[in-house]
Design a protein around this ligand. Structure first.
Ligand SMILES: [Zn+2]
Length: 479
């Protein structure tokens, strides 16, 4: 990146963002539609002002491999420095490397320019203070600061900092080196490529790299490991090359996907049981937080191992906040965000999760699949999303919560958890309906001990959805 950012070319003025880009956990939009360098500049002015008013002086900035990222970065740096903040430019890399820079260098804040797993023409901003993510009301506050045009002023400076080797060394430090493993790594042409390339050079064992070229057009498959078809290449390589383990990352590598030696997908709630066993061995009775989408098998297994399993709202910022409140050494979401407080800094880092998974495979008497062999076999649906009227989405869910609570009054076998929508436990298993925080959709999922039980749960969901005037179909069957 050039230092052209230091030349002031843009005019500081009040600015109104397209309100749809100010989201619950981040700012995200589509280039050429509702996101441009002007937005990045004004966000820099607003974010710089926000951080300065909290007493901050230094911010770290990183960006992913999308074509639009360097342009947004330059505009944002100009905005940030204009408020008097010093900017440490970490450069191209995964989101967790930016978080690592903020924690390790004790910066006041950090901003990552990334479209995460979204299509190539999307981009956005994930922002954090040293104390935790900027989300929810704070994102709206940035919009208000920009609209007011009342920014802090100053002459901030810029330094380009290369922390790649430092970050890689820190990741490698936590590998236990008990065994040489053969591991396949699918970077999906996302921002983790260079870091993983350096990491496997210093890790023992044999490593196979897939799609490590950072390419924001994602020419091979989409970098979202929660979608099964995106793991097809990884599964094939793991089987063909007889690997012990396969790991994959989303576009900015804050999320992990994994497959065992047989090529079976290990979903994040399953991974959580593997990590929990290790974490609970050092922190007996610790609280482990999982979101409402996670399998009951996970919560039960954590409790069986003596942990305090806490079910919490979906959303990585919300999980992070709950984790801090509970002083939890491990928390996670089905979507792939897993947070280690034990041994790590409490932020979501897909690459660090891969290292910790390798440790568990090393320790196991058998192969990777043996780590989950004790878990009861379940039948579940994938996550089903259906569109509803945005303005009523939370009311619709509230009506379903009221309806099932009413049923629970006369049927002691039904239990309702309404922490985030309705999660309903029945003798067959459980089902969930919640409103997405980021889209005009309701999300549903069901999980049962038997195929028949799953059919019962599906009809319960369909009945409730009909009750609010919509329809939902469970077309595809999950694993
Ligand atoms: Zn991500």
């Amino acid at each position: 990146m050039s230092m052209a950012a230091l030349t002031k070319t843009r005019k500081v003025q009040p600015y109104t963002f397209d309100p749809t880009i100010l989201r619950e956990y981040d700012i995200r939009g589509q280039i050429g539609k509702n996101l441009s360098a002007d937005d990045a500049f004004s966000l820099g002015c607003a974010l710089g002002t926000y951080v300065r008013r909290k007493g901050g002086q230094r911010i770290c900035l990183g960006y992913d491999g999308r074509a639009s990222s360097p342009v947004l970065a330059e505009a944002m740096i100009e905005g940030l420095t204009g408020t008097g903040l010093h900017v440490d430019v970490i450069g191209l890399g995964p989101t967790p490397m930016l978080y690592y820079a903020v924690k390790d260098s004790h910066a006041d804040a950090g901003v990552m320019i990334t479209g995460s797993h979204n299509p190539a023409d999307y981009n956005g901003f994930k922002m954090t203070l040293q104390s935790g993510p900027i989300y929810g009301e704070a994102v709206q506050e940035l919009g208000r600061i920009a609209a007011s045009g009342e920014f802090e002023t100053g002459n901030g400076t810029v330094a380009v900092i290369d922390i790649q080797d430092l970050y890689v060394a820190r990741l490698a430090r936590d590998f236990n080196r008990l065994k040489d493993l053969k591991v396949a790594w699918d970077c999906g042409n996302g921002a983790a490529g260079e870091i993983v390339r350096r990491l496997i050079k210093i890790l023992p064992g044999e490593h196979i790299l897939l799609f490590d070229e950072i390419d924001g057009t994602f020419p091979n498959h989409h970098p979202d490991p929660t979608v099964d078809e995106n793991l097809a290449d990884l599964i094939r390589i793991v089987k063909d090359k007889k690997c012990d383990l396969g790991v994959a990352f989303d576009g900015d590598a804050d999320r992990i996907g994994a497959v065992d030696e047989q090529g079976n997908i290990m979903r994040c709630d399953t991974l959580m049981t593997i990590y929990a066993k290790d974490v609970l061995s050092r922190h007996p009775g610790a609280t482990i937080v999982g979101d409402v989408k996670c399998s009951q098998v996970m919560f039960d297994d954590i409790a069986r191992m003596g942990g305090k399993a806490v079910m919490w709202k979906t959303g990585h910022s919300l999980i992070k906040a709950k984790m801090a409140e509970e002083k939890s050494p491990l928390s996670g979401e089905l979507s792939g965000h897993i947070f280690f407080g034990d041994g790590w800094y409490g932020f979501d880092d897909g690459i660090y999760c891969a290292v910790r998974l390798m440790n568990e495979v090393c320790k196991a008497a058998g192969p990777a699949s043996s780590l989950t062999a004790h878990l009861p076999r379940i039948h579940n649906t994938p996550e089903i999303r259906f569109e509803v009227d945005e303005t009523h989405k939370f009311d619709l869910v509230a009506r379903i919560v009221a309806s099932v609570k009413e049923q629970a009054k006369s049927n002691p076998e039904i239990k309702v958890n309404d922490i985030d929508g309705a999660r309903v436990m029945t003798p067959e298993g459980w089902w969930l309906i919640r409103a997405s925080n980021t889209q005009n959709v309701l999300v549903t999922r069901a999980e049962a001990r038997t195929p028949d039980g799953l059919e019962t749960l599906k009809s319960m969901v369909q009945k409730e959805v009909k009750g609010i005037g919509y329809d939902v179909s469970f077309s595809a069957q999950g694993h």
